[in-house]
Design a protein around this ligand. Structure first.
Ligand code: NAP
Ligand code: G4F
Length: 341
């Protein structure tokens, strides 16, 4: 029988790549989708016709129990979150509820539906749980590169909410013997990345300027450094983590850091433009507390899971610029529901 996976966050970047990957592995894939007439569900359905949809919301405990009862999954991937860091200052309570408490609700739905209780010892036949933890938990980093033992100093309500979900996942593993793991993923991008995140904002901005649809691009802190990889590579790591003999947490990243300035230069060069003529610095885009640098040490994933990233930073940026030039040249609107390549 096909293994069954339930993915929260199915309408997001990672949900789409993970669903494609699991379908290709022969899984029956279900996606949890929220809202009454959520336009992102129809966009997802156009790309992923074989994914079955179950309604539910990370804010609603009963809906998660119903979803787990209905789908009877072998694996649950909890990717749903308020994931845009600046929004977490504007709506801190909502972020805590969805990104933090949502993890508790999903774990409880699994615990209740599978009858797991304190002191359970056997993990066989259990629903396996993946939590989308984030390198934002490292925040103001205490060492570089960051690994599974590096301490956390989150710098945003988002990072704090993720740290709660991370520790709770560990706690359910330790308290109930659940097969529950966290992937501590560093920034990963693609042509399906939301237009609010800096990589896509820059590749869309360069493409708009190249096509004469804009004359400038406004950005915040160009000095921040991130470890950027390709989302398609990172969803393979999520799946591998749930196939391991024992549940453990893993850092996933490339081990290479680039600045926002490097990103801008690479994207504008790929579009055949000189960035310094078009980029305008905007203080209002700076954050109340910045994460200056993030850089992964992915050795454990490489050794234990055999995971390696396959797309370089330059190839990733070129892929995104090319995709955005094609999208805009064809009259596509990145904010509309048909825009996913
Ligand atoms: P994304 O594109 O922003 O997708 C977020 C998903 O969460 C969307 O499908 C959204 O659904 C869903 N969601 C929001 N509120 C919800 C709620 N109340 N109930 C159920 N679902 C809800 O994020 P992503 O880049 O794919 O990231 C996936 C996960 O990995 C997130 O948890 C993110 O925090 C984490 N992460 C991402 C990165 C990265 O670099 N991409 C790195 C580390 C960790 P709607 O369409 O209904 O809004
Ligand atoms: O692309 P960003 O918004 O991503 P950020 O904050 O690193 O968060 C992403 O990665 C996390 C993993 O580390 C995820 F957990 C999270 O869900 C999300 O996917 O910003 C990257 C950097 C920041 O330092 C920001 O200050 O780019 C800098 N930046 C400079 N100008 C900008 C801009 N960011 C955005 N979004 N927009 C700007 O105009």
């Amino acid at each position: 029988m096909a293994r069954r996976a339930l993915i929260t966050g199915i309408t997001g970047q990672d949900g789409s790549y993970l669903a494609e990957h699991l379908l290709a592995q022969g899984y029956e894939v279900w996606g949890l989708a929220r809202g009454q007439a959520n336009p992102r569900v129809s966009r997802m359905r156009k790309l992923l016709a074989d994914v079955q949809v179950v309604r539910g919301d990370l804010l609603d405990q009963g809906s998660l129990i119903s979803a787990v009862e209905r789908v009877q999954p072998d694996e649950v991937y909890n990717l749903g979150a308020i994931s845009f860091v600046p929004m977490s200052w504007e709506q801190a309570e909502l972020t805590a509820e969805v990104t933090g408490m949502g993890v508790l609700r999903m774990l409880e739905a699994i615990r209740v539906c599978s009858g797991v209780s304190r002191g359970s010892s056997s993990r066989s036949g259990q629903i396996r749980f993946y939590q989308a933890s984030s390198s934002e938990m490292f925040g103001q980093v205490t060492e570089t590169p960051q690994n599974e033992r590096t301490g956390f100093h989150p710098r945003s309500p988002y990072g704090v909410a993720k740290a709660y979900g991370h520790f709770l996942t560990q706690n359910y593993r330790e308290s109930y013997g659940m097969y529950a793991v966290s992937g501590i993923l560093f920034n990963h991008e693609s042509p399906r990345r939301g237009a609010e995140f800096v990589t896509r904002k820059v590749t869309l901005g360069a493409a708009r300027i190249k096509l004469g649809l804009a004359t400038e691009l406004r950005l915040g802190n160009l000095e921040a450094r991130r470890d950027w990889g390709f989302a398609g590579d990172y969803v393979r790591a999520m799946h591998l983590m749930l196939q391991a003999a024992a549940p453990e947490d893993y850092v996933i990243g490339t081990g290479r850091m680039k600045s926002v300035r490097d990103l801008v230069e690479a994207a504008f060069t790929a579009a055949g433009l000189d960035w310094e003529q078009y980029v305008v610095l905007d203080q209002t885009l700076h954050r109340p507390a910045e994460v200056d640098l993030l850089c992964a040490d992915p050795k454990k994933a490489r050794v234990q899971l055999g995971w390696e990233p396959t797309v370089s930073f330059d190839d990733l940026v070129a892929m995104m610029v090319e995709s955005d030039l094609r999208l805009l040249s064809n009259g596509g609107d990145p904010d509309q529901d048909s825009s996913w390549p």
